[in-house]
Design a protein around this ligand. Structure first.
Ligand SMILES: *Cc1c(COP(=O)(O)O)cnc(C)c1O
Length: 368
């Protein structure tokens, strides 16, 4: 049996007629930048998240950059961000001219916590970019309290956390603004690059929208220098269709994750992902932990099961940050996670036979 890590082709087949019709209608409209398809998606996303503003942008990285620039983050500022995430989170901070300051992540939940953040705060700290990694909501209310006490901006990277919740509140609604990615493999994925920013602050929302469109809301208006990072109408049309399925797809993911976690009790040193209390973890990634990670990956690969490592190198140790000269024990948890985590296939189209096979083979590796 073959179990691909993800199967976007089978997802497309399941919604083909809706998607084809939506794309066709953009082609026929003759409007290939901005326009009603983009507005339509922004409105639907705003309605789902119950926020004032949704600004479609080119991708999740630009969404983060737009937020930071729109809030005036720049040279002389420090922004605290997790040592364990995708590089967009830290690289966009550097791109503004500010300095990314890494905080280690929590051993249990893989996200930053008030404890890991607090010692990194200096009088130059302006903001904290929290990442709800793998779909797990970080302890966002506690971090929000910390931000209020220290007068810091709270920003959320929701690229992996569509529909994740804490106490019923959607991740992305706790901070000043949140960035979403719709990269094809994300829980809500376009058929190309796409992203958006949400905020409840109308004034900020307008600034973000201008920044992503050369400083203007209309053609030939340039109140300040920005960039060109708009949500493509074809992608917007795809996303509007997919958004309708997101809740069902997310349920299937969590069901699969629960199936794995129940099956992997007491299997050697295999540790299943923990879930923070009172949260809805949406399992963008289902990552198990084992000291035998590399051998397990090779074993599964040999039996047709594709896995991935998120992430083989924690951010502070990437060549891009070699100038900081960090050592493994500066960020021991992030370092250790990069050596022990293995992501198993988890997606709505995974069949019952496939997930049973993943369990069977994983157990076989440890029991052989
Ligand atoms: C995917 C991702 C991004 C960036 O999204 P792109 O759309 O690929 O630019 C940012 N942060 C995290 C945590 C991500 O996983």
């Amino acid at each position: 049996m073959i179990v691909p890590f993800l199967n976007l082709k089978s997802q497309y087949q399941s919604i083909k007629s809706e998607i084809d019709e939506a794309i066709q209608s953009v082609f026929e409209s003759g409007i290939f930048v901005s326009g009603p398809a983009v507005q339509n998606f922004e409105n639907e996303f705003k309605r789902l998240y119950e926020v004032q503003e949704c600004i479609g942008v080119g991708n999740g990285t630009d969404a983060l950059f737009t937020i930071l620039k729109g809030l005036g983050i720049g040279p002389g500022h420090e922004v605290i961000t997790p040592a364990f995430s995708w590089i967009s989170t830290s690289e966009t901070i550097s791109l503004t001219g500010a300095q990314p300051v890494f905080a280690d992540v929590d051993e249990e939940f893989y996200t930053v916590s008030p404890q890991t953040i607090e010692s990194k705060i200096t009088n130059r700290t302006k903001a904290i970019v929290v990442v709800h990694l793998f779909g797990q909501v970080a302890p966002i209310n506690d971090i929000k309290d910390l931000c209020q006490r220290k007068n810091l901006l709270l920003l959320e990277d929701c690229a992996q956390a569509h529909l994740s919740r804490e106490n019923g509140t959607l991740a992305g609604k706790f901070g000043t603004a949140a960035a979403f990615s719709f990269y094809p493999t994300k829980n809500l994925g376009a058929y190309g690059d796409a992203g958006c920013v949400i905020t409840d602050d109308g004034h900020l929302g307008e600034k973000f929208r201008r920044f992503a469109n050369h400083g203007g809301l209309i053609k030939d208006e340039h109140l300040f220098e920005g960039m060109n990072s708009r949500l493509d109408p074809i992608q917007a049309a795809v996303l509007t269709i997919k958004l309708k399925h997101l809740e069902t797809w997310t349920e299937k993911r969590t069901e699969c994750a629960n199936f794995y976690s129940a099956a992997f009790q007491n299997v050697n040193d295999l540790k299943v992902p923990s879930k923070r209390q009172n949260t809805h973890h949406t399992f963008h990634v289902y990552a198990v932990r084992s000291d035998h990670r590399d051998a397990l990956q090779t074993f599964l690969n040999g039996r047709g099961i594709q896995t991935l490592v998120h992430y083989p190198c924690a951010l502070p140790f990437e060549p891009a940050y070699s100038h900081f000269n960090y050592k493994a024990n500066d960020f021991p948890v992030a370092y250790n996670l990069s050596k022990t985590l293995l992501s198993l296939p988890v997606y709505p189209e995974l069949t019952i036979e496939q997930r049973e096979y993943v369990v069977e083979m994983t157990k076989k590796f440890f029991i052989k």
